[in-house]
Ligand binder design. Sequence first.
Ligand code: 1BO
Length: 272
Amino acid sequence: MRFVEANGAKIPAVGLGTWELSGRTCARVVEQALRLGYRHIDTAQVYDNEREVGDGLRASGVRRDDVFVTTKVWTNHFAPHDLERSVKESLVRLRLPAVDLVLLHWPNPHVPLEETLGALAHAKRMGLTRHIGVSNFTVALIEQAVALSGEPLVCNQVEYHPYLDQTKVRAACDQHGMALVAYSPIAKGRIKADQTLAAIGRAHHKTPAQICLRWLVQQNVSAIPRTSRIERLSENIEIFDFELSDEEMGQIAALASPKGRLTDFGFAPKWD
Ligand code: 1BO
């Protein structure tokens, strides 16, 4: 497995996203993913599956120290007194003494960022997490967060796939030594019918999803595809035995369109 290094963290380049996985399916998929070689599992308080992620971790038999576990604090727990308590509750659900990474899941303009980041840094100093970071932060918010954080931020997790240009966010992350972690990296399956990805795939004997994930990791991005299908789990990590040319990287980047964002929630910040 390849890693993305960022401000002291070593994040496996491919992980399992668990957004929209729940119950026994979630536990079974996490267990299988770990058995197949995944070493990076991404969950969040708002996914309501931390308990099942913990079940899958334990059932896999993989040593805790060998897995990079991320969770995220939802915006209703951003007040300083609440953040630490909510992280502790996440740990109870996961049945872990600490996670590897805790992220602020989404910007919350109603709580001063400085206070939330202070509480997040405190959670790190207390040993509840090895690293801290943010998610769904715009370039302007990354700049603010870096300036305000008392501890290094190791990543910004955002939607990223060939149909969405994240050049500016990626550049801001690079500038501050942060990794970009890509959720919805295969564009919720839309890439399956893509002729450009299919043609590149034929040249490398790979599927459009594998081409897409390889395109991300070749940019030093960590991708967290989600699937509930066991056969897809293998497909999504079999991307380390080939390389895309500069020309192919460019052809894939050219697929981006202004309407490429798939997850435009009402509470999302204005993207720049
Ligand atoms: C509301 C969840 C978005 C991806 O983490």
